[in-house]
Design a protein around this ligand. Structure first.
Ligand SMILES: Cc1cc2nc3c(=O)[nH]c(=O)nc-3n(C[C@H](O)[C@H](O)[C@H](O)COP(=O)(O)OP(=O)(O)OC[C@H]3O[C@@H](n4cnc5c(N)ncnc54)[C@H](O)[C@@H]3O)c2cc1C
Length: 308
């Protein structure tokens, strides 16, 4: 590609690019450089569409399980597109920015709005796409607008801004799911608060995550969504059926939390998916409830990928 700046690798193992540390290779892994990220991404997406090459957009790889056979086509890695700019009572953030860095960077300077994301893995693009949530707040809350790359009616990929209203966000749902849009930038509302107080709040979140064992083993956070109609959190349902500690190959239901599947060291992507399906079967057989995975199975699987 003329004028391309960045890195291209063939048959790149994606295990190192995901928090589960499992899964096969990308046929082509591309990371446009930060100097011309938007132009290069637009050109890659346009060329891939013309050539019929599927594209998967990768953020922090914190919510996905890549098939052992890998991902066919191109993986476009956004992580070089990182950084933010404070604009008075707003912040403009590049999509590849780690949410944890953003929360700490803003909170430490007395800007409130995104501190609930302290300690959470993943990028801003992935968090907007997933409508990530924790501590009773979701990223759609402070979101004001999102800049996306999408094809116009002539098939040319162009950036354009989409205001938050009237977009439909819901529990773990964003309007970007099911679209081809690459999230480039997002703008969030900020408020001024005492930096010391914000640091204390964020330290509390990080301590809570540590105590919940989030960082003890590779994982992708909660394996299943919660469902209000079930009357209790999914983790509790799994606990009460005595399924904590259940393992398949190197994948295990965390012995300390029913809704966390961990890679004990040797888990294949198939082990993780097999364990997710086993839990679904056991809960369905015992209680007639259908657990919905929160983690996304991406790439070349036999069965259709599950999740949002
Ligand atoms: C230890 C641990 C704790 C976690 N705790 C929480 C939690 O408390 N709350 C929570 O909600 N999640 C949690 N997660 C899951 C994960 O951190 C979030 O879902 C996060 O938002 C995923 O972001 P990502 O950049 O890693 O996305 P990825 O996993 O890389 O991708 C997820 C999806 O987003 C799409 N995507 C990513 N970037 C873009 C972009 N720029 N444009 C378009 N599409 C894009 C991908 O194509 C994919 O479909 C946790 C994960 C771990 C490992």
């Amino acid at each position: 590609m003329r004028g391309f700046s960045g890195e291209i690798r063939y048959h790149e193992s994606l295990a190192a690019h995901t928090t589960f540390r499992a899964g096969g290779p990308a046929d082509i892994w591309v990371q446009p450089g930060p100097d011309r990220f938007s132009e290069c991404a637009a050109s890659l997406l346009g060329s891939a569409a013309v050539a019929g090459i599927p594209v998967f957009i990768l953020g922090g790889g914190a919510n996905i399980v890549v098939s052992g056979r890998g991902i066919r086509g191109m993986v476009l890695d956004t992580r070089s597109w990182s950084g933010w700019e404070i604009e008075g009572d707003k912040v403009l953030v590049r999509s590849g920015t780690p949410v944890d860095d953003l929360a700490e960077g803003l909170g430490g300077r007395g800007f409130s709005g995104l501190e609930f994301l302290a300690g959470m893995p993943g990028t801003v693009g992935g968090a907007v796409w997933m409508n990530a949530r924790c501590y009773d707040r979701e990223i759609a809350g402070p979101l004001l607008e999102t800049e996306v790359l999408e094809p116009d009616r002539f098939g040319t990929w162009r950036p354009h801004w989409i205001p938050r209203e009237p977009l439909d966000f819901a529990y773990k749902k964003s309007p970007f799911q099911g679209s081809r849009a690459l999230i480039l930038n997002a703008r969030f509302a900020l408020e001024r608060r005492d930096p010391a107080e914000l640091r204390r709040v964020m330290a509390g979140y990080c301590k809570d995550r540590k105590e919940k064992g989030h960082y003890r083993y590779p994982s992708a956070g909660s394996a299943f969504k919660n469902n209000r109609d079930f009357g209790k959190p999914t983790g509790k349902i799994i606990d009460e059926l005595g399924l904590r500690g259940l393992s398949l190959g190197g994948a295990q239901v965390a012995p300390w939390h029913g809704n966390l599947i961990i890679n004990t060291g040797t888990a294949s992507a198939g082990d993780i998916r097999g364990l997710v399906e086993t839990l679904q079967d056991r809960v369905r057989d015992s209680l007639g409830l259908e657990l919905e995975p929160e983690i996304l199975f991406v790439g070349d699987w036999d069965a259709p990928a599950t999740g949002p």
